[in-house]
Design a protein around this ligand. Structure first.
Ligand SMILES: Nc1nc2c(ncn2[C@@H]2O[C@H](COP(=O)(O)OP(=O)(O)O)[C@@H](O)[C@H]2O)c(=O)[nH]1
Ligand SMILES: [Mg+2]
Length: 210
């Protein structure tokens, strides 16, 4: 053992199994889900934000998949997420987010059992051209008791509605944050995630005062 390590152990009184390293990195890691229907921009969002090369599990859509996935209006898309996207974003000195992008199609319901384990909350991406397609994913989050914020991912040519109309169409609770973003833009996507994290922090603080 070198002298620096030896003195660290002395200073922190830590077991020489590495616990000392955890104490010195005062970081909270939070697991956050990025969810939404087919082609809403999940892979793009995680890719824009991740500081590590995002792990993607995509495969070329098969004919069989094409029959199931609704391709109306998005004919150019030839791949779809079959499992999940994974990325990491350091939001501040004390907070690291692990991002799990996951499909909302009903046939992936089982994946949700695993994916929601340990997750703090979710960002639901929505598209104003197909708002009703967000209900499945919001329903799944509610079933799993996971708090969420909604980010409307703005696509070119998609109608923009007043916030109140979108809230009403999605039947959002008054406290559920609703923001807009461009999943291709890192700053815009980071802002959307910050709204979710702030919401989660407010909820935690409120629960601690009950
Ligand atoms: N115009 C526009 N296109 C986007 C945006 N986000 C994603 N896209 C495109 O929409 C398509 C579907 O996005 P993708 O991230 O693969 O969706 P996913 O199925 O939810 O992972 C891709 O061709 C993206 O380049 C956006 O904010 N604006
Ligand atoms: Mg994807």
């Amino acid at each position: 053992m070198d002298s620096a390590l030896a003195s660290d152990h002395g200073a922190y009184g830590a077991h020489p199994d590495g616990g000392v390293y955890l104490r010195r990195t005062v970081r909270t890691a939070a697991k956050i889900l990025i969810v939404g229907h087919f082609a809403v921009g999940k892979t793009t969002f995680v890719g824009s934000l991740s500081e590590i090369r995002p792990l993607r599990t995509e495969e070329t859509m098969t004919q069989a998949g094409a029959l199931v996935d609704d391709l109306a209006g998005i004919e150019g898309k030839t791949t779809t997420t079959v499992a999940m996207d994974f990325g990491r974003l350091t939001l501040s000195d004390s907070l690291v987010l692990y991002l799990f992008g996951a499909p909302g199609q009903q046939r992936f319901t089982r994946l949700w059992q695993d994916m929601t384990q340990g997750a703090l909350g979710a960002l639901v991406l929505a598209d104003t051209r197909r708002l009703e397609q967000s209900f499945d994913v919001m329903g799944l989050l509610e079933e799993h008791g996971l708090p969420y914020a909604v980010a409307v991912n703005h696509f070119d040519g998609a109608p923009s509605h007043p916030e109140e109309e979108i809230r009403e169409a999605l039947d959002l609770l008054p406290e559920t944050p609703l923001v807009t973003c461009d999943a291709r833009d890192r700053i815009s996507s980071t802002r959307a995630l910050i709204s979710l994290v702030e919401y989660l922090q407010t909820r935690t603080a409120a629960q601690e005062h009950v």
